[in-house]
Design a protein around this ligand. Structure first.
Ligand code: NAI
Length: 320
């Protein structure tokens, strides 16, 4: 039997933990020894209203089950206050799950300034504010595990969710860089794109999927990614209903449309090579900006040497 994953002595902040997915994370962390800061503003799905009840209820549930937890009712926009609650009560921050979120769906041209701004503020700015407050604490500890919450709406787009899609994929960009800057301090940052039956998806997910995609199935992925034994960072994971998978980037091999450094490229040349430019039967999976850039530099070098010898032709240069 594999050893149980525990979080004894560690402190986990879960934002928006008063219900839905965040509640499931908080309960599971609490049941495995972590001291949990249950943050929730307690508003409605659109970000209106405020109440301490949501967070208090989950804190009570964790305590009833023998765990340790405190509530925090600040908005994620006041990230430093949430981190301060962790420090005041427990003296550390090991784990941060950025989960709080709202929806203000409208078809794109009907999206108001407020619909746009509120969604960016809670998801993107909120995750930034809490993470920026937690990062120096984790850096000093030389340990940290951070989760950003994206969405398939960000990855693929979704009708009526321009504001939400932009924020959700923005979080992936944030995670990508936080993971790079955190690496030398053993601070890992990963992004999840969950699908789950919560108040946010009520009436959106078909009823059978709503019941099947329980938040309790997303929590095990979050817990593993936040464990000290997990070495992954900078990843993007998709999960629902007990299924887990990882996303990565794929780029076609592409085509160098110049034959020499002197040559410029016209739109017609791009059009005429469109099949090769978009041909995924020859592709690669860059894992870093350096790797992607190296591919481009390689194409330049191949162009140069093809120009020199006019012999070799590779997939990255234009056929004669
Ligand atoms: P939920 O509405 O049950 O949970 C969100 C929680 O965040 C609520 O308890 C809410 O009070 C809290 N919250 C909202 N604004 C806040 C603020 N400014 N500060 C602190 N807390 C705040 O919805 P759910 O489904 O559990 O969502 C959790 C996260 O997962 C969200 O980021 C959501 O966008 C994301 N997500 C959910 C999916 C799903 O299928 N349920 C799909 C993809 C992403």
């Amino acid at each position: 039997v594999a050893q149980l994953l525990t979080y004894n002595g560690q402190v986990a902040i879960v934002t928006g933990a008063g219900g839905g997915l965040g509640r499931a994370y908080a309960l599971m962390f609490g049941s495995r020894g972590a001291k949990v800061v249950v943050n929730d503003l307690g508003g409605d799905t659109k970000g209106q209203g405020q109440s301490s009840r949501a967070a208090d209820k989950v804190v009570e549930e964790i305590r009833q089950a023998g765990g340790i937890a405190v509530a925090n009712y600040d908005s994620v926009e006041d990230g430093d206050k949430i981190v301060q609650t962790a420090l005041d009560n427990f003296g550390r921050v090991d784990i941060l799950v950025n989960n709080a979120g709202i929806l203000r769906d409208k078809s794109f041209p009907r999206t108001s300034d407020t619909d746009w701004d509120l969604v960016q503020r809670v998801h993107l700015r909120g995750s930034f504010m809490v993470t920026r407050a937690a990062f120096p604490v984790m850096k000093k500890q030389k340990f940290g595990r951070i989760i950003m919450t994206a969405s398939t709406s960000g990855i693929f787009g979704n009708f009526g969710q321009a504001n939400y899609s932009a924020a959700k994929l923005g979080l992936l960009g944030l995670s990508n860089t936080v993971s790079i800057e955190g690496q030398k301090y053993n601070i890992h940052c990963n992004t999840i794109a969950p699908v789950s039956g919560t108040r946010m998806t009520e009436g959106i997910l078909p009823p059978d999927l709503f019941d099947e995609f329980k938040p309790e199935f997303v929590a095990p992925l979050v817990l593993w990614l936040c464990h000290e034994d997990c070495e992954d960072t900078g990843g993007l994971f998709l999960t629902a209903g007990g299924w887990y998978g990882k996303f990565r980037w794929e780029c076609t091999n592409g085509v160098m449309c110049r034959k020499s450094r002197e040559e410029m490229v016209t739109p017609e040349v791009v059009r005429d090579h469109w099949d090769m430019i978009t041909d995924f039967s020859h592709s690669y999976n860059p894992e870093s900006g350096q790797e992607a850039t190296a591919h481009l530099v390689g194409a330049l070098q191949e162009m140069d040497s093809a120009g020199d010898t006019s012999s070799e032709n590779t997939s990255a240069s234009v056929p004669p």
